[in-house]
Write a protein that binds this ligand. Structure first.
Ligand code: URA
Length: 481
C-alpha cells in the first residue's frame, strides 16, 4: 500500500495523482491522507488579482478530459474525506481505457462525483445569496464583516465573487474554517471564527425592510422558501427575524390587496400580485426585454402603449433608475428620451458621467397617466404598482450587477431602499453593501427641476443634482481602479 499524504487542496491532490497515474499505481493501492498539522485550509494563496482558481491540465501524458478537471476542482472543496480516493479512481479509469467514463452517469463513481460537485455548486450559490455584511469601524475606516457557515470548504472559490461584487468596500467574511479579507485591492485568507461579536448596525434594518417589501403574501410557499433559504442559514440572516410575523399577516394582506384592486374598464379578471410570474428563467437582457411586453403584474399595461425596459451595456458599472416612463418614452419605447431625459443627459455630462456607459431604467416600466382631453398627464405610480414591478428591476440588477446604482427621485429610491428612505435627507450619500449591490446613491429626479418655476431656485436645485451625480462619479472612478 502507498500512503499519499497531501495538503487538502485540489492543486496538491492533482500533483500527487499525476505522479501516481504516471507510475501506473492502481487506486486500490493508495490510501489518501491529510497532513494533520497542515493549516486548516492550506494552499489558499493571498492574491492581488481575483482570478478564478487555475484548472490548467496536468503535464502528464495520460488523457484527462478538461471537464474532469473542472468537476474535480469543485469536488476537492467537498468536506467528505473520501473525495481524494474517488477522484483518483476516476482519473485512473479515464487514463486506462475508459475515455468516455464521464458520459456514463449511471456508473456509481461518476454518479457520486457529479452529486458531490452539485452539492458544492449549490453551497457556493447559497453563500453568494446569504452573506450579509454588517458595518464596523476599523481604525476610523468603515469595514464590513459577515459570518457564514458553508457546508463545504468553498471560501477560496466564493471570495473572488464578493471581491468583484463589493470591490469598493473593505470586508471580511468569517466561516468556522477560515476567513477572507478584501482591502479593496487584495484578497487575504486567515483563520476562521465564530459568529459571536457581530452586532446589529443600520444595515440589519435595511435588509429587514427590503425583505418585508419584496415579501409577497399572495405567493407564500413555506416549503419552497425553506428550500431556497435553508433554515441553517437563518441565524446569520437579519431578515429571518420577521418571517414568522410576515407569514402570520399574509392571509390578511392578501385580502386587503384584493379589496384594494380597483375596477377598471378592461383589466385582467384577477391581476397577478406582481411581475414575478412573468419573468423568464433566462436573465439575458434581450429575453427580459421581450418578456416584459407580456407582463400583467399590475393593471398599468392596460393603458400604456408598451413596457419600457432598461437600455445600456450589459456590463455597465453604473445603473440609473428613474421613476416610470413618461409620454415621450411610452411612444419612443426607450427610457429618458423626453425633456427630463435631455436634462439628465446635460447634468450627467457636467458631472463627468458618460450616459452611453450606463444602464438606464425605471422602477416602474409602464407609463401611468390621466387622460385630459388629448393630453396624457403623468400620474404617480402607487405603492402596489411599484412593488409589482420590482421583480423586473431585480432581474435587471441581477444581470447587470452594477457597482453603483443612482436612484433618481423618491419612487426609485424607496422601491429599492424601502418606504422610510428620504431623498431629501439622504441624497448624495453613498450607501455601501445594500441589498441591490455594493454602491447606492440617491438624488432628486430631473423632472422635479423642470417643475420649479423660480429660475434662481431651479438653478440651486440643479447644482445640488449635479453635485450628487459627481459623488456617484467618484465612486465610478474608484471602481475602475
Ligand atoms: N422620467 C422617468 O422617471 N423615467 C423616464 O424614462 C422618463 C421620465
Amino acid at each position: 500500500m502507498i500512503e499519499a499524504r497531501i495538503q487538502p487542496t485540489f492543486d496538491d491532490w492533482r500533483t500527487r495523482a499525476r505522479t501516481l497515474v504516471a507510475a501506473n499505481i492502481a487506486p486500490e493501492e493508495v490510501i489518501w491522507t491529510h497532513d494533520t498539522d497542515a493549516p486548516l485550509l492550506p494552499g489558499w494563496r493571498n492574491c492581488t488579482s481575483i482570478d478564478a482558481a487555475e484548472t490548467s491540465a496536468p503535464h502528464n501524458t495520460a488523457y484527462v478530459p478538461p471537464a474532469f478537471l473542472s468537476i474535480a476542482a469543485q469536488v476537492a472543496m467537498h468536506r467528505d474525506s473520501s473525495r481524494w480516493g474517488l477522484l483518483y479512481r476516476i482519473l485512473h479509469r479515464l487514463s486506462h481505457g475508459e475515455r468516455h467514463l464521464l458520459e456514463i452517469s449511471i456508473d456509481p463513481d461518476v454518479h457520486h462525483l457529479l452529486a458531490m460537485a452539485a452539492r458544492v455548486r449549490r453551497d457556493l450559490h447559497k453563500m453568494h445569496a446569504f452573506v450579509r455584511f454588517r458595518r464596523v469601524a476599523r481604525e476610523g475606516v468603515a469595514h464590513y464583516i459577515a459570518f457564514h457557515r458553508p457546508d463545504h470548504l468553498i471560501l477560496p472559490a466564493a471570495a473572488p465573487w464578493f471581491a468583484r461584487r463589493f470591490a469598493i468596500m473593505q470586508w471580511t467574511i468569517f466561516t468556522p474554517d477560515a476567513s477572507a479579507t478584501w482591502n479593496a485591492r487584495t484578497l487575504n485568507f486567515g483563520h476562521g471564527a465564530g459568529s459571536s461579536g457581530i452586532e446589529d448596525d443600520g444595515l440589519e434594518e435595511l435588509w429587514r425592510t427590503y425583505y418585508a417589501n419584496i415579501f409577497n403574501p399572495a405567493r407564500v410557499k413555506v416549503r419552497a422558501m425553506k428550500k431556497e433559504m435553508p433554515v441553517r442559514h437563518w441565524a446569520t440572516l437579519p431578515e429571518t427575524g420577521i418571517i414568522k410575523q410576515l407569514l402570520r399577516e399574509a392571509p390578511g394582506r392578501v385580502e386587503q390587496m384584493m379589496k384594494a384592486t380597483p375596477n377598471r374598464k378592461s383589466p385582467a379578471p384577477m391581476p397577478a400580485a406582481d411581475a414575478a410570474a412573468f419573468i423568464p428563467q433566462s436573465h439575458s437582457l434581450k429575453v427580459l426585454a421581450e418578456a416584459i411586453q407580456k407582463c400583467r403584474g399590475c393593471d398599468l399595461y392596460c393603458n400604456a402603449t408598451q413596457a419600457i425596459f432598461g437600455e445600456g451595456p450589459a456590463d455597465a458599472v453604473t445603473m440609473l433608475v428613474g421613476e416610470q416612463p413618461g409620454d415621450n418614452e411610452d411612444l419612443a419605447g426607450r427610457p429618458f428620451v423626453g425633456p427630463a431625459g435631455q436634462l439628465l443627459d446635460a447634468c450627467l455630462d457636467e458631472a463627468g458621467i458618460d450616459r452611453s456607459l450606463c444602464y438606464v431604467t425605471n422602477a416602474v416600466k409602464h407609463f401611468k397617466f390621466e387622460q385630459r382631453g388629448p393630453r396624457r398627464i403623468h400620474a404617480k405610480p402607487n405603492a402596489r404598482e411599484i412593488s409589482a414591478c420590482r421583480p423586473w428591476l431585480r432581474a435587471e440588477t441581477d444581470r447587470i450587477e452594477p457597482w453603483i446604482i443612482i436612484a433618481l427621485g423618491a419612487t426609485a429610491a424607496q422601491s429599492m431602499m424601502g418606504p422610510q428612505f428620504r431623498v431629501t435627507k439622504s441624497h448624495g450619500q453613498v450607501f455601501a453593501g445594500t441589498p441591490w449591490g455594493p454602491g447606492f446613491v440617491a438624488t432628486i429626479h430631473p423632472s422635479a427641476l423642470l417643475r420649479i418655476p423660480d429660475p434662481a431656485r431651479r438653478e440651486g436645485a440643479r447644482e445640488m443634482f449635479v453635485a450628487d451625480l459627481k459623488i456617484a462619479a467618484k465612486q465610478i472612478e474608484r471602481s475602475a481602479r
